[in-house]
Design a protein. Structure first.
Length: 500
């Protein structure tokens, strides 16, 4: 009997049945379905029951772990569902309340009471009870968003998994921009790299930069994903139309550009929003602290290091010419609450440790190459300034092309590896050897898995110097320089027409 290929609803990779724990999970992104019964039947028996998992077709306790529901609580819960079928909501509410009296941690009953109760305080209390047991429970999140006014009932209905937003491709959309010009003389403003000032080099007018008070909390990923699904349409933009307020010229720019200079009057402009609200603004910016000269010197120093000189013995690595451009690249910053599970090396069963991983960076564009941007991980995010367009007066900026939903999937293995590395050596035990002498024994955590409990995210712009080094033999070598601390990342040299 063949096992059906059941895709993970989060990353679309096949779900698997863990042979030891019996859990259904996705080995790619660590997703564990809340409603596991149909998945388990499918993976064990080869009969795909997941098509029956539409909410209208489900009956009985679905969220609470099978086999842990007390008989009295289950009987009361089933009575409540029977009353719901008959339209007797008051009796159903009473039955679900009895189920909670018999078993206070029955999550399904908390959800039903929250749905049926007319009292907002009662709804909040039971929603909070669900989220205490399962921090990412989607039904509870959905009801909480409706109560807070963040979603309407109609929008909440669209967040069910069978109502994904429709992709709409638009070739052009109008755009609102802000010009980085001096309010006194109309000259181009500039950001002073060593002082907290935005200054006009023509008339000397200064503006104070905002204080570094960007919140590090970020937005909750689970709630953001639900709100995203509530939208009927997800826009895919081809180009944006910019209308220069200084000279009246109109032109189109690629959708990935956050800043652009008018080709007619040279006015620097920053995209604030478009007519479809198809993107979100960054929340913070780390200003450039490394000049072009310093970035070039850092690259030269990196090329002179021992390993680079050894590589040069086999290839002609001498640089004939180079380009160097400063740009703000968009990064998603993820924080995650996780739990690390594994087997103890001393044979004393399994162990579990809570962990909190902060400031995992994921570049939100595909160019420069991921293998380079992933190594730019030494930014000090305590220097983040609250985002505003005037901070982009000196350097161009890119708009994200990888949204937070896809980025969160790609970032999970990075976060998981950080947490696994922290919990390698977990303790020292004192044991006696055959002669009765005490010895210290290291205890390690083996066969580690990481379960994600919640993630938060924010979008920031980070300073990067992008270099293209053309060698005398014609090979082109990419290089990146951290615009905050001069960290250098060197790529591999290749022919200009070679595939990376």
């Amino acid at each position: 009997m063949s096992t059906p290929n059941i895709p993970c609803p989060r990353c679309k990779k096949p779900l698997a049945l863990h042979q030891v724990s019996g859990k259904i999970l996705c080995k790619n992104c660590d997703y564990i379905p809340i409603d596991r019964t149909a998945y388990k039947i499918a993976l064990i028996s080869g009969v795909d029951m997941t098509s029956e998992m539409h909410p209208d077709k489900l009956r009985g306790v679905r969220i609470h772990r099978p086999g842990t529901v007390h008989s009295r609580a289950l009987a009361a819960y089933n009575t409540g569902e029977d009353c719901l079928k008959k339209g007797e909501n008051a009796k159903a509410l009473e039955a679900f309340t009895r189920a909670l009296d018999a078993q206070p941690d029955l999550i399904d009953a908390h959800l039903q009471v929250a749905r049926l109760s007319d009292d907002p305080l009662t709804k909040v209390q039971h929603i909070n009870s669900v989220l205490e047991y399962i921090p990412k429970q989607e039904d509870a999140f959905r009801m909480a968003l409706v109560l807070m006014g963040a979603l309407s009932e109609q929008e909440a209905a669209r967040t069910l998994h069978y109502n994904d937003p429709a992709l709409q491709h638009v070739e052009y959309t109008n755009t609102q921009t802000q010009a980085n010009l001096c309010p006194i003389c109309g000259g181009r403003m500039s950001v002073a790299e060593r002082s907290a000032k935005i200054k006009c080099p023509f008339c000397g007018h200064e503006q104070t930069m905002p204080k570094a008070v960007v919140s590090s909390d970020g937005a909750g990923l689970s709630m953001a994903l639900i709100k995203r699904k509530a939208q009927p349409v997800k826009w895919v933009i081809g180009s944006r139309i910019l209308h220069c307020k200084q000279c009246g010229a109109q032109r189109t720019i690629p959708a990935r550009k956050l800043t652009e200079r008018c080709p007619f009057c040279n006015t620097p402009q920053v995209v604030v929003k478009d007519a479809l609200n198809s993107f979100q603004q960054p929340e913070g910016v780390v200003p450039f602290a490394i000049t072009r000269e310093q970035a070039g010197a850092a690259i030269k120093e990196a090329l002179q290091k021992t390993m680079e000189r050894i590589k040069g013995f086999f290839d002609n690595r001498k640089i004939a010419r180079a380009t160097l451009e400063g740009v703000y690249l968009p990064f998603w910053v993820f924080d995650a609450s996780v739990a690390v599970h594994g087997n103890r090396s001393d044979g004393r069963g399994r162990a579990s440790f809570p962990d909190w991983v902060e400031d995992t960076l994921y570049c939100a564009v595909n160019t420069p190459a991921r293998e380079l941007t992933q190594k730019l991980d030494t930014y000090d995010l305590s220097a983040l300034l609250p985002y505003e367009p005037r901070l982009l007066a000196d350097y161009p900026a890119e708009l994200y092309t990888i949204d937070y939903d896809q980025a969160s999937i790609e970032a999970r293995p990075l976060i998981a590896q950080v947490s696994k590395d922290r919990y390698d050596l977990i303790e020292f035990n004192t044991v006696r050897d055959q002669r009765g002498e005490e010895q210290m024994v290291e205890v390690y955590l083996r066969d580690k898995t990481v379960l994600f409990q919640e993630m938060t995210f924010q979008l920031v712009l980070l300073p990067v110097w992008i270099a293209a080094l053309v060698e005398v033999d014609g090979d082109v070598r990419p290089a990146l320089v951290n615009g905050q601390n001069a960290q250098v990342v060197l790529g591999r040299a290749q022919k200009p027409n070679a595939n990376p």
